[in-house]
Design a protein around this ligand. Sequence first.
Ligand code: LER
Ligand code: MN
Length: 278
Amino acid sequence: MSKKNGVPDQFKLAATLSAELNPASPVIMAGDPAERIALASRLGYDSIELHWADPARIPLDQIAVSCREHQMDISAFATGRAYVQEGLSLTHEDESNRAAAVARLKSFVDAASPYQATVIIGCIRGNLTSEESRARCLDLLANSTRTVAEYAAAKGVGIVFEAINRYENNYLNNAQETASFIKDFQLPNTKILLDTFHMNIEDGDMEKAILDCGDLLGYIHIADSNRRYAGAGHINIKEIAAALIKADYRGVLSAECLPLPDSDTALAGWITGVKQAF
Ligand code: LER
Ligand code: MN
């Protein structure tokens, strides 16, 4: 197995970036993109995952210049802030809200296309309003995900759909449910994003969850049980690392974790924790 900086080179390590830090939000760095990207590169990260509500507000040219300077790339565009900050939802009861959510995701795809980055569908899926609404909600979600995923495929952009724990979203919480959703609706160009923080709550056997996804596994968020950096909690990150190798997963491991105790400590701690796991 060939390794770069102690991590098998089948993996790319991504640092999450947004406009501002929030101790309750799992984004590890914010502020001057040039300075942050230079630091992430020095620490051994390969790429940057962007967390903004609207791609129109991302200083993308500046980020791209800094990434080029440090031979880094943009791994993904996270879209959850469009739901959290603006209430856009793929399953909203109001059709115009759903249409706006699809339009926003297409604009994320447009932004991602020049960088061949991935677009993440996470909490922008919205929530079930009642158990009776489940079938209709899944239909709505599948239709809009298909629309976005087909649009993305034509632009060389992949979509990943995230399994999110029950305290944030009230359906599609674990790996198996999320895989079944993608398979049952035969969604094109759509893979699964597994986030170890959510898995720790929802997936009884984390190795099995990873292996069961098989080829559908498309992206990984790594945070510890307390959502701090890898190694700051009690998730067995070595078990996760071994399962990813066994599954022959080749792709991004992203530091989507809280910027605690502070951004710099979390950035350095996450890299150390992940390296120790391999
Ligand atoms: C998004 O990737 C995620 O994991 C959500 O829990 C964000 O709060
Ligand atoms: Mn996540």
